[in-house]
Write a protein that binds this ligand. Structure first.
Ligand SMILES: [Zn+2]
Length: 114
């Protein structure tokens, strides 16, 4: 296999050549997201308004070096059934309900076995 056949055109190949054959001076700008993913984009060398942030492929906001990234919203953890109940009732109330339900169950069992 010759070197020639090993070469191929990359799917990500980008031509910066203009129709008239001139080359545009470019600068590559790299953005980094909180997950440390790097996104490098070409901008014209004389571009004045290069965005300081860019959306990473993972969905996070990526920024130029030194740019403070927006804080990620806190991950909402799923509350247990007990935690939800505890928000509405005190331990004493729960103990009362527990005893009441035990009595109901005991009563139900005594009817059933009678
Ligand atoms: Zn990312």
């Amino acid at each position: 296999m010759s070197d020639e056949s090993m070469r191929g055109s990359s799917m990500s190949h980008v031509s910066y050549e203009l129709d008239r054959g001139d080359h545009v001076a470019i600068q590559l700008v790299t953005y980094t997201c909180v997950e440390e993913h790097k996104t490098t984009l070409p901008f014209a060398a004389d571009a004045e308004d290069i965005p300081t942030t860019w959306e990473c492929a993972c969905g996070e906001t990526a920024g130029l070096p030194g740019v403070e990234l927006p804080e990620r919203p806190p991950i909402r953890t799923r509350r247990s059934h007990y935690e939800i109940v505890r928000e509405r009732r005190s331990e004493d109330e729960l103990a009362e309900i527990f005893v009441l339900k035990l009595h109901e169950l005991h009563h139900y069992d005594s009817i059933r076995s009678a």
